[in-house]
Ligand binder design. Structure first.
Ligand code: F6P
Length: 322
C-alpha cells in the first residue's frame, strides 16, 4: 500500500446514476481499511478551489438509491491547461491526498492522467451514461439511462400507435450510438440513426414507406444525439410521406433517476475494488470490466484504447423491425 493514509474522491463531467454507489463504496471501504477520506466538491473545479472536506461513514448514508452525485460535479475546461494541472497537483500534495479517486468519463480520466504525469497517484472509476470508454465493457450509469429511455419510448409508442403516427425519439450519446442501439432493440424501433453508421434521410423515409406498405400502422425512429437533427428529420418525414410525425428529445430525462440494480452493483464493486487496488500498492489505474472479469489498467493505456464499431446490434434492429 506504500504510504497511502489519506485518499480523495471526486466526481467530474456529466453525472451518471450509480456515481453515488461508487462514492459510498470508496468511502466505506477506505474507512474500513483504516484510511481517511476527503470528498472534493464539483470535480476538478472544486479541487482547484480547494473545496475539500473530510468524509465519514455517515457522509455517504442514504445515497445509494439516488441519481446524480452527492459530491456535485462540473465540467472543468481549465484542467486542459498545464498551469491549472500543476495547481491541482500542488493542492493534492498540500492537502496530503496520497491517492485521488476520480469518478467520471473520458474528460475526467484525461484530467487524472495529466495529474499522474505530475506525480499524483490517480485512480479512475468509469461512470458515464454514454458507455464510450473503449477499455472497459461497462461504464456506470449506462443501464439506468437505457432503461429510462426505453420506458419513455414505451409511452411515446402508446401515443404513436393510437394515432398511427411516426415518432422520432432522440436519445443521449455525445459521439456514440450505444444508448440509441440498446433503446432501439429494447423499445422495438424500426430504424436507428447513429454517428457510427451514417444513413440518409431519404433512406429512412424509404424504409418508413416500405414498412407502411407491409402493414405497419405507426413508426418509431431512434436518433442518437451525436447525429442530431431529429426535429428536421421529423418535418421531412411528414412532408414527404404525409404521416403526422413528432420529434421528442429525451435529454436530461435519461441522465438522472434512481440507479438500476446493475449500476448500484457496479458502483459499489468498482468503489470497493478501487480502494483494494490502492491498498495493494497499485498506482494510476482505471477500474473496468472485460468479458465479465474485473480488471484494472494503467490509466493512460486505458485512454489510448480504441474500440472498432461493430454492426451486430444495428443489423439485429433491421431484422427485427418488421
Ligand atoms: O457524457 C454524458 C452526456 O450526457 C452526453 O450524452 C451528452 O452529450 C453530454 O453529456 C451533455 O453534456 P452537458 O450536460 O454538459 O451539456
Amino acid at each position: 500500500m506504500g504510504d497511502v493514509k489519506r485518499i480523495g474522491v471526486l466526481t467530474s463531467g456529466g453525472d451518471a446514476p450509480g456515481m453515488n454507489a461508487a462514492i459510498r463504496g470508496v468511502v466505506r471501504t477506505a474507512l474500513n481499511r483504516g484510511l481517511s477520506v476527503v470528498g472534493i466538491k464539483r470535480g476538478y473545479e472544486g479541487l482547484l478551489a480547494c473545496d475539500i472536506s473530510e468524509l465519514n461513514g455517515k457522509s455517504v448514508s442514504d445515497i445509494i438509491h439516488r441519481g446524480g452525485t452527492s459530491l456535485l460535479t462540473a465540467r472543468c475546461p481549465e484542467m486542459l491547461e498545464k498551469k491549472y494541472q500543476e495547481k491541482a497537483a500542488d493542492i493534492c500534495r498540500i492537502m496530503k491526498i496520497d491517492a485521488l479517486i476520480t469518478i467520471g468519463g473520458d474528460g475526467t480520466f484525461r484530467g487524472a492522467a495529466a495529474l499522474s504525469e505530475l506525480g499524483v497517484n490517480v485512480m479512475g472509476i468509469p461512470a458515464t451514461i454514454d458507455l464510450d470508454l473503449a477499455y472497459t465493457d461497462y461504464t456506470i450509469g449506462f443501464d439506468t439511462a437505457v432503461n429510462t429511455a426505453m420506458e419513455a419510448i414505451n409511452k411515446i409508442r402508446d401515443t404513436s400507435s393510437s394515432h398511427e403516427r411516426c415518432s422520432v425519439v432522440e436519445v443521449m450519446g455525445r459521439r456514440c450510438g450505444n444508448i440509441a442501439l440498446w433503446c432501439s432493440i429494447t423499445g422495438g424501433a424500426e430504424a436507428v440513426i447513429i454517428p457510427e453508421h451514417p444513413v440518409s434521410t431519404e433512406d429512412v423515409i424509404k424504409e418508413i414507406i416500405q414498412n407502411r406498405a407491409k402493414g405497419k400502422s405507426h413508426n418509431l425512429i431512434v436518433v442518437a444525439e451525436g447525429r442530431g437533427g431529429s426535429e428536421a428529420l421529423a418535418k421531412e418525414i411528414e412532408k414527404v410521406t404525409g404521416i403526422v410525425t413528432r420529434a421528442t428529445i429525451l435529454g436530461y430525462l435519461q441522465r438522472g433517476g434512481s440507479p438500476s440494480a446493475r449500476d448500484r452493483m457496479e458502483g459499489s464493486l468498482m468503489g470497493y475494488n478501487c480502494v483494494e487496488a490502492i491498498m495493494n500498492g497499485e498506482r494510476n489505474r482505471a477500474m473496468g470490466v472485460i468479458n465479465g472479469a474485473r480488471i484494472s489498467m494503467d490509466i493512460k493505456e486505458a485512454l489510448s484504447c480504441t474500440k472498432e464499431y461493430n454492426d451486430t446490434l444495428y443489423n439485429v434492429i433491421k431484422v427485427l423491425s418488421v
